[in-house]
Structures are given as structure tokens and as C-alpha cells.
Design a protein. Sequence first.
Length: 150
Amino acid sequence: MIKNLLVSKKSGISLIEVLAVIAIIGILTSVSIPAYFYLKKSNDFNLAVWQTANSVRMAQMKAKSGEGDSAWGINVATGKVTIFKGTSFSGRDASFDETAKISGVSGTAGSNPVIFTKVAGFPQSPASITLNSDSDSRSININEKGIVSY
């Protein structure tokens, strides 16, 4: 009985164990936050490329269907993509514009605007639209038959 009184077990968590767990959580957080922001930026850019290519296809489809009895085109600017009705961006009827915001793009280059002919849906000339981000660059190509690749 005396032995039982001398050897008593204490249960619980010590302060050192709590500090070790907090330190591990802090290290994991400091590693994962930059990775999260990098992946978010990369995902935003990939989504912008997809939205732009999809808008090109939409403008082509509107031209093929003869919607509004007119040619249709696309104009890409930093931060937005505009599908427009008409044979030029400056002479378009702005009431038919369809604008989509794109994020993750820091600049654009290439053939702009791209106009698709009525009914045939071919671009007036082969085109290439380049989207740039801080660390990446992607091109959307439209060949003479109107096939979009990126």
C-alpha cells in the first residue's frame, strides 16, 4: 500500500508538449500559405485562358448561326473579353456586346480583334491571342478554318 502512494501516475499535457504542437502548426502554416497563393494565381490564369478560348468559340458560333444577320468578333483587353456584333470593334453596335471579366491576366498581345465571317464562321485571317500573367504566357490560336487551340 505504501508503494502505491509513492508511485502515483499523473496524467495531462505539459506546457512543453503544447508549445511543440503550436510550433508544428506554425511551421505548416508558413509553408502552406505561399503555396496556396501560388496555386490560386495559377488557377486564375488557367481559368482566364479557358474563358477567352470559350468566348472565341461563342463569337464564332454566333457568326455561323447568322445571329443578327452580321459577322461577330472578339476583342481581348487586360481584365475583360468582349464578344461584339459587327465587322470592326470600333464600329460595332455596343448594345449587343457580351463582356466577361477575366482575372489573373497582366497583359495581352497578338491579333486583336478577331472577326468571324457570317455563316461560314471563318476568321478574316488566322489569329493568335497571347495572354500573359506575372509568371506565365499562353497563346490561343485560331487557324484559317476557325479551329481554336490553346
